[in-house]
Ligand binder design. Structure first.
Ligand code: ACM
Length: 511
């Protein structure tokens, strides 16, 4: 199984799960029961003497115990989420064919007792739907697969220089203008190649509600992000009065736009309107305001970002919400209560925790899944440093040197799927799997976990991904048709990147 449960004690015999198996579950587990019926393609009509789902708050909220004997299969969770994870484990106890959407529905479940709980409460994955738009159905599938691996946060990166992906009431040009670009870069920006082909798409409020509800049924919370005050060229293209004289279109090149918000009254009202809309649609207490990589050139070099971030944090607080932001928000003092996504190495995570902020670790050198998976020149558009399956497995959210009393501030980790070079669901699968499987076990943090054990379980798990229709990267490397000679990359060296990160984080406060 992946992630490996904390304890598995096999027993003799098996429980026969089949179309006539009854299911007993209290009202509070109606959602999990309904999901389980559909996931197992089993009617599981109400009744006793078959599968039993229970909540026992004495267990941790995401913990569960699965007890399987020939006469009964019971899943007890500390909350509905725990029962859901027990249900996901049950799916992995069945043969891979049970994960297909057609075929037999009766399976023996091996008897035994599984006792399990996650090591980290934030087991996240970011999906960048700004660089390449993803239709709702693809987002739902992405969530389903993340939940299969017991991840529980989807950080949805909704806007960037290259595209604005959500309707906002009163601001129609955001989607009329900001949601499409004239063409896209082919490959890394050093090659300055373009595809000559428009790209676009956006979500309506109903689309986003559907994503939130679907994720909630799978115990995934969606943390939306509208990046501000930088990474805003799409919005400025739609409403030039929000900018600093820029009169061009949505950015067609990758990389960071110098065209940022002007932070005048209209721009502040705009940001508040966007955040209000996010608060209306997303129940998440945390709302992402980005805050990364904001050039100050258009402000005459003055860093106006900390004051801006404080205003937005205040506005979110008035709605009972808190800021989720990239670690740049630490420069100049992050607002109290802000949760920091530490992406520029271990240092920002240490700084954030020392300052008393909660932290989600997502260092690019460990968990940026757009980075190339090997040195093979046949890797599609190889960018970033090499990040193998073993490298991802070695990730741990707690930075080295963190004092024990600050450990609780590290909420967990997050793998980031940036999509500059991932224009299709197929390319997303290739970059995401099986590395997200390794990540999932790293943040579930099974005591004693080892890459050797993971590697031994992986072939069996890949058979599950095959049954689920995931076009993962083969362990043997890229196939001829994975290569993208039309879209060349820009492989980076780890030492160079480390030096770059050190320079980038030089402005962090040193508490
Ligand atoms: C980031 O990679 N700019 C958060």
């Amino acid at each position: 199984m992946i992630p490996q449960p904390v304890s598995v004690v096999p027993a003799g015999g098996a429980f026969a799960l089949g179309p006539s198996t009854p299911l007993e579950a209290p009202a509070e587990l109606a959602g999990v029961a309904s999901w389980l019926r559909s996931a197992l393609r089993c009617p599981l009509a109400p009744g006793e003497g078959g599968v039993r789902l229970r909540v026992d708050p004495a267990l941790g909220p995401e913990a569960y115990v699965l007890t399987c004997a020939p006469e009964r299969l019971e899943i007890t969770g500390g909350s509905p989420a725990g029962v859901f994870y027990g249900g996901q484990t049950l799916r992995q106890l069945l043969p891979p064919a049970a994960l297909r959407r057609a075929g037999p529905t009766g399976w023996p479940v091996p008897a035994g007792t599984i006792t399990d709980r996650p090591g980290f409460g934030w087991r996240g994955v970011l999906l960048d739907v700004a660089r390449h738009f993803r239709p709702v159905a693809e987002v739902l599938r992405f969530i389903d697969l993340a939940a299969f691996h017991k991840l529980n946060v989807l950080h949805l990166h909704l806007t960037d220089d290259q595209g604005w992906r959500l309707e906002v009431p009163g601001w129609p040009r955001l989607t009329e203008v900001g949601a499409w670009r004239a063409e896209s870069m082919l490959g890394a920006r050093q090659h300055a190649r373009f595809d000559g082909r428009p790209h676009g798409g956006f979500y309506t409020a109903d689309d986003l509600r559907e994503i939130v509800a679907y994720a909630a049924e799978r115990h995934v919370r969606v943390v939306p992000e509208v990046d501000m005050p930088g990474h805003m060229q799409a919005a400025v293209a739609a409403y030039p009065t929000l900018g600093n004289g820029f009169a061009g279109g949505v950015r067609t090149s990758w990389g960071i736009s110098p065209h940022v918000l002007n932070l005048g009254d209209e721009a502040l009202d705009f940001c508040r309107a966007v955040l209000d809309h996010l608060c209306d649609l997303f129940p998440s207490e945390l709302i992402g305001i980005g805050g990364d990589e904001c050039p100050t050139g258009e402000w005459g070099g003055e860093d106006r970002q900390p004051a801006f971030t404080a205003l937005m944090a205040g506005h979110l607080a008035s709605r009972g919400r808190r800021v989720y932001g990239w670690d740049e928000i630490l420069e100049g003092g992050a607002p109290r209560g802000a949760v920091v996504a530490a992406w520029r190495g271990a240092e920002p995570a240490l700084v954030a925790a020392r300052l008393g902020h909660e932290v989600v670790s997502c260092p690019d050198l460990a968990v940026y899944l757009d980075y190339r998976q090997s040195d093979d020149p046949g890797e599609p558009t190889p960018v970033g440093t090499r990040l193998t399956l073993a490298d991802v497995y070695a990730f741990t959210p707690v930075p080295e040197g963190l004092p024990a009393e600050r450990r609780e501030l590290v909420l967990g980790g997050q793998a980031n799927v940036w999509t500059e070079h991932l224009e299709s669901a197929r390319r997303v699968d290739y970059q995401t799997y099986p590395r997200l499987c390794a990540f999932a076990e790293a943040v579930w943090d099974t005591p004693g976990r080892s890459y050797e054990s993971f590697e031994a379980r992986l072939p069996g798990h890949l058979a599950r991904l095959d049954a689920l229709g995931v076009d993962y990267r083969p362990l043997t490397g890229p196939r001829p048709w994975d290569a993208r000679p039309d879209a060349p990359g820009n492989p980076r060296d780890r030492a160079d990147r480390l030096a770059e990160l050190a320079a980038m984080t030089a402005r962090l406060p040193r508490p």
